[in-house]
Design a protein around this ligand. Sequence first.
Ligand SMILES: Cc1ncc(COP(=O)(O)O)c(C=O)c1O
Length: 320
Amino acid sequence: MKLGRIYRDFTELVGNTPLVELARIRTKYNLQSRILAKIEYLNPAGSVKDRTAWGIICEAEKSGRLKPGDLLFDLTSGNTGIGIAAVASARGYRTKFYLRNTISEDKINILRQFGSEIELIENEELFQPDAIHRIIDRIKAENPDAFYTGQRSNDANPQVHFETTGPEIWRDTEGDIDILVATVGTGGTVSGAGRFLKAQKPEIRIVVAEPTPQSVPSPENPDASTIEGVHKVTEVEEGTLPETYDKSVVDEVIAVTTEEARRAALAVAREEGFLVGTSSGAAIFAAIELSRRAENDGKTIAVVFPDSGERYLSLFDAPG
Ligand SMILES: Cc1ncc(COP(=O)(O)O)c(C=O)c1O
């Protein structure tokens, strides 16, 4: 980065997040691999989704689909909404978001600060067969003149990770990377960054940390404590995975409970000083599991930390 730089606006701050070695986690768990974490909460609106938001809005502007003052809308578990709301403020658009009613109060409060319109969707509605597709059809019909950012289907989402997240990890490791671990909401991060990294070095393994079945709300277990923003990618109904998730880049999936993810996130805060969210905890838990395998001795594992633990303070009691 050159000295004395003045940034033109918010969007120039998106990306180029630091990759940090977690040496104290390595010592604590006596690991034989090097663990690196990409600290995505250092994006300007606080999550990896600032990249997605900027990628989608930039692409829509280039193709002439947006004019000043337009309304943008999406179905989101919060972080994408916050990223889109922030980029929209910087570019002169309005926003409206549809959110599951179990989402953390912290994220809803942040969206209100940006002036976004918010509509909550009953958790139960999401249990019905084909719920996501029906909800998306409904919200599109409700906003006929607005622009649907469509994080689950818009190719600009994985593309921005192919153009930024993947190259940044490749550049910062100077190619010394063997495994990438990420979680999947839309799959944009893992598909785009994973595709880029495999194009540079085909033997890199791409690993997804997914929630266990017990960590996903269902009609039988509606109050399950979720890893917010993160979905199961195995044993899910045909057609429910987002179009932006490219399972062909993924070599392995490791299941993590919400409790394991929470504890791992706390270990990162207490050992390394990074207060990360639960999906970061799931990713580091999976990385620790991988590094306990003899085959991974001496290897480098990079982990994506999507957001900050400050986004979930209202969901969990202060731990001891
Ligand atoms: C907290 C959190 N972690 C991880 C992810 C996964 O990111 P992606 O949508 O790129 O798969 C999301 C996405 O919504 C998220 O909100």
